[in-house]
Ligand binder design. Sequence first.
Ligand code: AMP
Ligand code: MG
Length: 478
Amino acid sequence: MKLNEIKLTNPYLKLPEECYTRVKPTPLNNTFLIHANEEVAKLLDIDIEELYSDAFVDFVNGILELEGSDTFAMCYAGHQFGHFVPRLGDGRAINIGTINNLHLQLKGAGQTRYSRSGDGRAVLRSSIREYLMSEAMHGLGIEGTRAFALIGSEHKVYREDWETGAIVLRVSPSWIRFGTFEYFAHKKKYEELEALADYAIAESYPHLVDEPNKYLHFFTEVVGKTAILMAKWQAVGFNHGVMNTDNMSIAGLTIDYGPYAFLDDYDFQYICNHTDQNGRYSFGNQPNVGEWNLQALMHALAPMVSIEKLEKILDHYGRLYTDRYLYLMSKKLGLDTLKDSDLDLVKHFLGMMQGLNIDYTLFFRTLSHYNGDRTALLKLGLYHKPMNDWLDSYDERLKDNTSTIEERQRAMLLTNPKFVLKNYILQEAIDAAKEGDFTVVDALFEIAKNPYAEHEQHERWAGSTPDEFKNKKLSCSS
Ligand code: AMP
Ligand code: MG
């Protein structure tokens, strides 16, 4: 399809008016395309050539309105660092319409009713981070919103210093957050709450639409999806950094990339967010916060379903999480099947990693080549005894595998990425981009798409993080 053949729909606008506010994007000055995601264009049936036209930049800049365009910002509340904020909302995201059940949203396209004191903008560095990370998550098989296009500009935006503004055009099958439900529950607007629940069910869990206890089933689904998402983050070593309930998707998607990080050296207590002084959103605490956030959602749903029933569902969260996490770890370790005793093997492994300061991603990639010769693995840490002890248990456990060594290695190489977009790598892309060079963005996008491939020309990004960049914290300002 050509851009001018697209007909946008706006299903969210059928909800009560309290759910959103209509708003037009405020364009940036002197914009240019930095990158467009051809795979997402295919999902939207948009011709690839269209992505490289001037009209497309205008589209991402909010100037070109397509047929059916009716732009709006969504209203939500949220618990930020444990404190309830009754009204947040899309302060710098503007929804521009739906194609093939994917909702398109511009991030950084100007102020909305929910901007509070913010300028409605997103700076180049944080937009590059969101753009690349969305693709990286997809490449890793972790559910999340997708990035369709990234434009830069000469528009001045002030943060700690003057920077330039950018816009990410992102798409998602759902933009509804736990905090969207909290908004209406807090205001005791129960009709709107129910309308929102019906909408969310139809959008993300259509098999429940005609179920008699659909709201309870809905919560069950969200609990399950959240447990799975947390297990995936923990297994791959991803720290989101701002797990406020307004950044939690009711569809179990990773959303809103801020000061996130992939682990460098394994550290259960790692905190990527500079403002998170108590480590509420530390790497190791994410599964607990997932449950805390589900509790907040549960209270928001309580006007529609008995709290006792909801609590019973939430009681399963811990088991669901642990089962999935252990399963994923068993796959990372190359085990054919999961046994009860593997919990001990994984605990032993995590203890060893915590003590040895070993790069998490590099360890698993090296283990994926393991054939009994320990040399490469032992080189990763300073002390050999803890690793030898763990490898003794691992060797013993591998005897129960029925697959051959080669089969195990092949499976592990498709499970353990060679590359994750660590912050120091993203910073290289940002530093080059600030000088007008987007080749590093292009290269990282290719890596993000397939992190399991060898990409020999980028070998240096597959090693452990240089010491000066390890386990740093990131500022939230974006
Ligand atoms: P975040 O922590 O990025 O998910 O943002 C939390 C809330 O602040 C959301 O309601 C955002 O829309 C809003 N927000 C963040 N940055 C800005 C900005 N520059 N302008 C307006 N609103 C913003
Ligand atoms: Mg957010």
